[in-house]
Design a protein around this ligand. Structure first.
Ligand code: GUN
Length: 290
């Protein structure tokens, strides 16, 4: 049977490590790290993500600020809020929750964030620095995945790794990280236009499924003994549950798990690690500013 990678427990261990560090900062009389978030509109997934991020801050002893703006907020208003956060010396790092309403340019918004306060690691300066292995803020989900792999001592050197999905926030940056010196995987990115995807994925020692298509990775696409990391978190209706929905991963877990050496569940796999990465980036931003 596979090892079920427990992202919830790993993230909780890391939060404890961060909380200990915050206590030590307080004992020295240092200011604690401060993470801010801007949420535009009331997309239920985004509200839930941001609420959890604020809760995480409280748990580790960070200060947090949440700014909520209406769905029809103009780009100029949002830009003014970002400029204020950039200037505010009390705020170490911040995020603008995505997706944004369609009348706002995500690219312009991301480019307007001070790279030294970019807790999400989405700014082109941070992505560029990551590309050439310089110190930077790493995007939260790739950072979380790499940390899970590291903490579970999963061998990556020379392994064939297939990343399914080429998004700017997961697939593409993760493919760069996995091929970097020290991780040393041989990485292929496949996407919606890839031909003969199943044949390619079947060759993988490590599969990262990050295209947002529930149950896409089926048992016949997975080599015996592969490591499977599921980044999918699609909300699908689940009548009879308290919330009325459940989170579905990109992997057909029920049928795939028995073929794997390691697999992440949804929920409780990558998701909690994404949130904790934000705290780690904020801690680094705070230290850099002190
Ligand atoms: N939307 C989905 N994931 C993320 C994330 O990691 N950061 C931000 N800002 N928005 C998101």
């Amino acid at each position: 049977m596979p090892v079920i990678i427990d992202g919830k427990k790993t993230a909780s261990d890391i939060r404890k490590e961060i909380a200990d560090e915050v206590s030590a900062m307080k004992d020295r009389g240092a200011r604690v790290p401060h993470l801010a978030a801007i949420l535009v509109g009331d997309n239920p997934s985004s509200v839930s993500y941001v609420t959890n991020k604020v809760r995480d801050c409280e748990e580790v002893g960070f200060e947090s600020t949440l700014v909520r703006l209406g769905d029809n907020t103009g780009e100029d208003i949002l830009m003014a809020r970002i400029a204020a956060f950039n200037r505010n010396p009390d705020i170490d790092a911040f995020i603008v929750q995505l997706p944004l309403p369609s009348h706002i340019s995500e690219t312009r918004v991301i480019e307007s964030i001070d790279p030294s306060k970019d807790a999400d690691g989405f700014h082109p300066v941070n992505l560029g620095r990551m590309m050439i292995g310089l110190p930077c803020f790493l995007p939260a989900t790739p950072y979380g995945i790499v940390e899970l792999i590291r903490r579970y001592n999963i061998e990556t050197t020379g392994k064939r790794c297939i990343v399914i999905g080429r998004s700017n926030i997961v697939g593409r940056p993760l493919s760069i990280l996995l091929s970097q010196k020290g991780i040393d995987a041989t990485v292929t990115v496949v996407h919606s236009r890839t031909k003969e995807m199943s044949c390619i994925v079947r060759e993988a020692d490590i599969i990262v499924a990050a295209m947002g298509s529930p149950g896409f990775v089926k048992a016949d696409m997975v080599k015996e003994g592969a490591v499977v990391i599921d980044v999918g978190t699609t909300r699908i209706p689940a009548p009879g549950t308290k919330s009325g929905f459940r989170l579905a991963g990109d992997v057909d877990f029920e049928n795939v798990a028995s073929r794997c050496s390691y697999i992440t569940p949804v929920p409780g796999g990558v998701g909690p690690m994404t949130r904790v990465s934000l705290l780690r980036n904020t801690m680094v931003a705070a230290k850099n500013r002190r």
